[in-house]
Write a new protein. Structure first.
Length: 448
């Protein structure tokens, strides 16, 4: 490919697209609004130790991130979490997440009974729901619509929503099953007893780690991509408008226009929508309607002797009915071998959902106090050394039912109205790192 391609956005999607373009022999330029690369992939020192302030791992079931790491020479630094179990905070105690489970859906009702997470009547309902044959699901639905009738409300709210809703900063009652929980969608499309369908739809439980990480942090991947791309990346270069020219496109930036034969847009959906508006209002309208949630991550470091609870797992999730501000707490110093230190704990605490924006009303000291108080109540934290607060406003795109069809429409409208302009990224077809790498590389390949 000899034509020049401009990529807007140097998050993991844009960097992966540019890397693929470079492999394909294209002349590529990456224009990034911020003063660093990586987008949501970020990190800095807290209490003297480097810790990610965005993603710290990726789903092992998506091979694209691990493949990219191997290509970049980071294969030897791919690591699995050092611990496999995690907890849910419910009724005043940390209770082990029942195993085996798929995206929060337990496969064994007995393990749910042992966990004490739901009362006996709810276990009975769950057992019946897992065993009872159901008709194959046609089309898309919300995760709640599909699973509440099968699992019962209590099991759904204690087990599924904290994971699928919580980690996405939203609600499983509003999220598209097809786009937000593809493995569950696949199982429900098969029909039959849910437990059986879930076992059939994916790797056997216990086949390997669910997550993978990179020793030293996920930022090593974006740094390695940036090193390959070198001066092709321009930071502090927001694309403010795109114009059609005789030979392609001209991208306006504060330092002047950049000409390119083709363009890949990987900025968040509202930005991409405004850039597309003059050329493809239909695609702009769909992308402009994608809702985002505001989340915050507070990273605490504390002497382990100041924590009463043994941090013998990867952390815990908090169902929304528990009345806490936090949605989850990751025990990074137990979860990842590379953060292990007998004397110091690293805790990554998340808060914020589309329907819980309380953290935005607190100033930083108030937020830290509130979260430290919740750490005291849950794991017995009695003092910490350092804390870093990373607000992530408008960071996690929310997929509503029919999302994937709407993204197909975006592609169709763009191909018809503005050939040579491609839009992709976390708001499109998966927000996990593996999905973003796949989308970036696929966007590049689509220009071959
Ligand atoms: C707190 C947090 C924790 C997460 N944890 C995990 C996890 O553990 N595992 C996982 O797999 N995923 C996780 N995710 C999700 C994942 O990190 C993101 O979905 C993914 O990194 C998004 O990548 P992206 O390149 O599509 O978008 P972004 O990272 O948002 O990158 C878009 C880039 O475009 C730039 N930009 C914006 N406007 C313009 C413009 N006009 N011109 C040029 N550039 C522009 C932005 O500055 C940004 O750098 C997490 C996300 C967050 C916020």
């Amino acid at each position: 490919m000899s034509e020049s391609v401009a990529v807007a956005g140097a998050g993991i999607t844009g960097l992966s697209a540019a890397y693929q373009l470079r492999l394909d022999g294209a002349d590529v330029i990456v224009l990034e609004a911020g003063d660093r690369v990586g987008g949501a992939v970020a990190g800095s020192a807290v209490g003297g130790v480097f810790v990610e302030s965005g993603p710290d791992g990726f789903l092992a079931a998506r091979p694209e991130m691990a493949s990219l790491c191997r290509e970049l020479g980071l294969g030897g630094d791919l690591v699995a979490p050092a611990v496999s179990r995690a907890f849910i905070w419910a009724s005043g105690a940390l209770r082990p997440i029942p195993a085996p489970s798929v995206m929060g859906v337990p496969l064994d009702a007995d393990s749910v009974a042992r966990s004490g997470l739901v009362p006996a009547a709810a276990v009975k309902e769950l057992r019946a729901g897992l065993d009872q044959p159901g008709p194959p699901l046609a089309g898309d639905a919300t995760v709640g619509e599909a699973l509440r009738p099968r699992l019962g409300d209590e099991a759904f709210e204690r087990l599924v929503d904290p994971l699928i809703g919580g980690i996405n900063g939203g609600s499983a009652d509003e999220m598209s099953l097809a786009a937000g929980a593809p493995r569950l969608h696949e199982a429900l499309r098969r029909g039959g007893p849910l437990g059986e369908a879930l076992r059939a739809a994916g790797p056997p439980a216990g086949a390997g780690p669910v997550l993978m990480g990179v020793r030293g942090g996920t930022t090593r991947v974006t740094a390695a991509l940036a090193a390959v791309l070198g001066p092709s990346i321009r930071t502090a270069a927001p694309v403010t408008a795109i114009e059609r020219t005789g030979s392609g496109w001209s991208l306006a930036t504060p330092d002047g226009p950049v000409a390119a034969g083709r363009v890949i847009l990987t900025a968040p959906a509202p930005v991409t929508a405004s850039l597309l508006e003059p050329h493809c209002p239909e695609a702009a309208e769909i992308l402009g309607a994608v809702e985002y949630s505001d989340v915050v991550l507070a990273t605490f470091t504390a002497p382990t002797e100041r924590i009463a609870h043994r941090l013998d797992g990867s952390g815990f999730l908090v169902p929304r009915d528990q009345g806490l501000l936090m949605t989850a707490c990751s025990w990074s110093s137990s979860k990842w071998e590379h953060y292990r230190d007998d004397g110091r704990a690293i805790l990554r605490v998340s808060a914020g959902r589309t329907d819980d924006r309380r953290w935005l009303e607190l100033d930083q000291p108030e937020l830290v106090d509130a979260l430290a108080g919740e750490l005291a109540a849950t794991i017995g934290l009695d003092g910490y050394d350092a804390v870093r607060v990373t607000p992530w406003p408008q960071s996690l795109p929310q997929y509503r039912p029919g999302h994937l069809d709407r993204m197909d429409e975006v592609d169709r409208h763009l191909a018809a109205a503005a050939p040579g302009l491609v839009a992709t990224g976390a708001a499109h077809r998966g927000l996990g790192l593996g999905a973003c790498v796949a989308q970036g590389r696929a966007a590049a390949a689509s220009l071959r």
